[in-house]
Unconditional design. Structure first.
Length: 434
């Protein structure tokens, strides 16, 4: 241990099988704690303590020996379980479950107004059933503060509900503005690509490989990952909000958005709090579903299934699966994984965002999968506004050729249908002026 970094002990109970603690350990480290040890158990949940009595005693000894400030359960804890565990552990040991820990991490990462509101909403959704439990218990027992759960205050429950309503309204206003921004970008000729996938799949690294332009950002504040000198960090929730960069293809102008990473076993109330973040995915013309090729087939399969459930809920855009981190996998192993997962990830693209290998092929695939463009030829009369229209077409379309005559200009170009329609309207205005 470092002697200066806060420490935590991990605890996990499962009904059957072997408890897996890799993810919760990553979460604990992402929250800024060093993992001092762990206690696991395979059994049905104890209603009062989650773990069995003997295992809680073992946990208390480990906390005493390590001096850990926090115990993090990779289970959902009810308010009574949290209180009872706190009574059995040494001193002022804090007891939190995985969802409270995730909220802490979100709070640390929230840098924009939207992200901060989403964190606040999630925290209120987390607190509401606990406030309801305190109210119910106090009414039944008629003893304020029973079991140390706090004084009976029914108004707190109503206050939480009012705050939730207010924040949802604020988030809807922000999302309305973002929808308008996306539509303006689309009308201006940009095509929208969204990066989706689980945390630590390497989405932010891949974003920097695909698009180096820093002049477009979905949020008011640049995310730390947008610092051109920043290194990719192997930690969860590096990107909490949406971050957008411009990528130029030969025939297209594309905006690529990196979104908050998925994480397994999130409760409905937490997913709901951050659902507006996924709007950039649902509104995209193409979704790149990024997975970590170094993980096991079973882990990748489980994450693909969950990701598809989320993405296909409202998404109508094509989905391309990207096997990232192939620098950590041998060719034979990669081929076996691609074959085993072909039903969930047909015709994937294998890349290394870290080393940049095969990123060119991914760019080609993006070009192929994005909606077809229309080819149009405009014949513009020569007026004092003609050159401004030609310049507009250059800015919003892929111009194949321009022929300047004595009394007219012929522009041959490819563009999204809305841009073609706008160009025709501008040409009609020029004809009316001539």
């Amino acid at each position: 241990m470092t002697g200066t970094q806060a420490t935590a002990v991990v605890a996990k109970r499962v009904d059957d099988g072997d408890p897996e603690t890799a993810e919760i350990r990553d979460l604990v480290r992402a929250a800024g704690y060093e993992v001092a040890g762990e206690v696991t158990q395979t059994r049905t949940a104890d209603p009062a303590l989650q773990l069995g009595e003997g295992k809680v005693e073992e946990l208390a000894v480990l906390v005493e020996e390590t001096g850990a400030e926090r115990v993090v359960f990779d289970n959902s804890l009810g308010p009574y379980q949290t209180y009872n565990l706190g009574q059995r552990l040494p001193g002022d040991t804090e007891v939190v479950d995985r969802f409270r820990l995730i909220l802490d991490i979100f709070g640390q990462r929230a840098q924009t107004r939207k992200a901060q509101l989403q964190v606040e909403l999630a925290e209120l959704r987390y607190e509401l059933p606990r406030a309801e439990a305190k109210t119910s218990l106090a009414k039944r027992d008629e003893r304020p503060g029973f079991m140390g759960l706090g004084e009976y205050d029914e108004s707190r429950e109503q206050d939480i509900k009012a705050q939730i309503s207010r924040i949802r309204e604020d988030l809807e206003n922000i999302e309305k503005t973002e929808r308008q921004r996306r539509e303006t970008r689309r009308e201006s000729g940009f095509e929208l690509v969204a990066l989706a996938g689980y945390t630590n799949a390497g989405k932010s690294t891949l974003l920097r490989r695909l698009a180096d332009d820093l002049d477009v950002d979905e949020n008011e504040d640049l995310h730390p990952d947008l610092d051109s000198t920043a290194e990719s960090r192997d930690r969860l929730f590096t990107t909490l909000g949406t971050t957008t960069r411009r990528m130029e293809l030969d025939r297209r102008d594309v905006l690529v958005t990196d979104t908050v990473g998925f994480i397994s076993d999130l409760p409905h109330w937490l997913v709901e709090s951050f659902k507006s973040t996924l709007e950039s995915v649902y509104q995209a013309d193409l979704v790149l579903l990024v997975v970590d090729a170094s993980e096991s087939v079973d882990d990748i399969r489980e994450k693909l299934v969950t990701s598809h459930d989320t993405l296909y809920e409202r998404n109508e855009a094509p989905i391309v699966t990207v096997f990232n981190k192939v620098d950590e996998v041998g060719d034979d192993e990669l081929a076996e994984k691609v074959e085993a997962l072909s039903a969930l990830a047909p015709n994937p693209v294998a890349v290394s965002g870290k080393e940049g290998s095969n990123v060119a092929a991914l760019r080609d695939r993006i070009d192929e999968e994005l909606p077809d463009r229309e080819r149009e030829t405009l014949v513009l009369p020569m007026t004092e506004d003609t050159m401004s229209v030609v310049s507009w077409v250059h800015d919003h379309a892929h111009v194949r050729d321009v022929d300047y005559g004595d009394d007219q200009v012929v522009v041959d170009f490819e563009a999204r249908p809305p841009v073609v329609e706008q160009s025709r309207a501008k040409a009609s205005d020029l004809v009316a002026e001539a």
